[in-house]
Design a protein around this ligand. Structure first.
Ligand SMILES: C=C(OP(=O)(O)O)C(=O)O
Ligand SMILES: [Mg+2]
Length: 401
């Protein structure tokens, strides 16, 4: 029933107005799945390769589609993804493009779910999934590669860790986003938004800390449950490998100073989450910081691990970080993303399923998070391509997918 009978690929727009790859997968019994690849701006050096969409589509049509149509079953995700790897023939999807690969992989999963008549999370995770929901990390102020003339730190995140339901958590993050807007207006700091919908004021990081701490505390008082504060430092973007220093607008920090700075921030703001505080090549510095504050907060590897089990194994061996960001397009298939989550869970690392700064209306990551019992999801706070995922989580909780 799930034999794949057609795979169609096209270019569509992402949230930045750039082209990206969308895939449709059709099965023998009429099952249908559609998915689109997201795209990063602060990409890790070791990510699978995203090719220009036109080239990725042409290469996938030539190498992957003939191996799938009439040959593979959408219900057998591991087989579909193994075929994508074999069709590509490289170890980083540089032939068919990780963008074509991930779009086909996710569309096949949706076609498999469609044939079963089951929600995607259930097809992926089994019938006992759907009772636990990830805490959504919501980007409320941001800069770095996601907005010009804004903060050095890429993302200031609300983390409603005490929310009684995913719906309460999603609304709390939107309320923090709105509270930040009020505080910015009071301070006469009008501003636009960055790529992920976070406010992008022209302020320094210390003012952003103050603002977000105040907004979080205001909303926490209103809603009556604990809202934490988190960061994505995107350290690799700040790091200058020639000088060995982290370059902030107002000063430089060497690696020891960067570790001390982050540890101070964890103490001062009671941070519950710190992503990529250090450069993507510096496992030792990650290990030192994890040793220092890993019992108080999550130290998450995004560019460090790039959803890659080989890199995660190295991190586990060296005690670097205690959490991993999971972005399916960093590695190219759902199977690889699943394997990274399983390895993380077995080794006590918390998984944070994540959007990219360039997104579409695709909701696969909401289902992936529920299917794997991931404790966190990072998918923005507002904006249509972000709320697509957040609203899907609410629907899953309401049994309405
Ligand atoms: C979502 C992120 O940004 P990008 O998609 O630009 O890598 C991130 O760095 O976590
Ligand atoms: Mg990141």
């Amino acid at each position: 029933m799930t034999l794949i009978t057609d795979v169609r690929l096209r270019r569509i727009l992402d949230s930045r107005g750039n082209p990206t790859v969308e895939a449709d997968v059709v099965t023998e019994s009429g099952g249908f799945g559609r998915a689109a690849a997201p795209s990063g701006a602060s990409t890790g050096e070791y990510e699978a390769v995203e090719r220009p969409p036109g080239e990725a589509i042409a290469a996938a049509r030539e190498h992957a589609v003939p191996r799938l149509v009439g040959e593979a079953y959408a219900g057998n995700q591991r087989d579909v993804d193994a075929i994508l790897h074999a069709a590509d023939g490289t170890d980083d999807f540089s032939e068919i493009g990780a963008n074509s690969a991930v779009a086909i992989s996710m569309a096949a999963a949706k076609a498999g779910a469609d044939v079963l008549g089951a929600p995607l999370f259930q097809h992926l995770g089994g019938t006992f999934r759907g009772d636990n929901f990830p805490v959504p990390l919501g980007n409320v102020v941001g800069g770095g590669e996601h907005a010009a003339d804004a903060t050095d730190i890429q993302e200031f995140l609300a983390a409603p860790v005490g929310a009684p339901s995913v719906e309460d958590a999603v609304f709390a993050n939107a309320a923090v986003h709105a509270a930040v807007a009020d505080l910015l207006e009071e301070r006469d700091l009008p501003c636009g938004k960055g790529d992920e919908g976070a406010w992008a004021p022209s302020i320094d990081d210390s003012e952003a800390f103050e603002l977000v701490a105040e907004a979080v505390s205001m909303v926490q008082d209103e809603v009556g449950f604990n809202i934490g504060f988190g960061l994505d430092v995107a350290g690799a973007e700040l790091y200058d490998s020639d000088s060995g220093t982290y370059e902030y607008s107002d000063r430089s920090r060497d690696t020891d100073e960067q570790i001390a700075y982050i540890a101070e921030l964890v103490e001062e703001y009671d941070l519950v989450y710190v992503e990529d505080p250090l450069d993507e090549d510096d496992y030792d510095a990650f290990a030192d910081l994890t040793d220092e504050v890993g019992d108080q907060t999550l130290i998450c590897g995004d560019d460090l691990f790039v959803t890659n089990t080989d890199r995660l194994v190295e991190g586990i061996d060296r005690g670097a970080a205690n959490s991993i960001l999971i972005k399916p397009n960093q590695i190219g298939t759902l199977t690889d993303a699943f394997d990274a989550i399983e390895l993380a869970t077995e080794n006590g690392y918390d998984s944070v399923v994540s959007h990219r700064s360039g997104e579409t209306e695709d909701t696969t990551i909401a289902h992936l998070a529920v299917a794997t019992d991931a404790p966190f999801i990072k998918t923005g706070a507002v904006g249509g391509e972000r709320t697509a995922k957040l609203n899907e989580l609410i629907r899953i909780a309401d049994d309405a997918t």
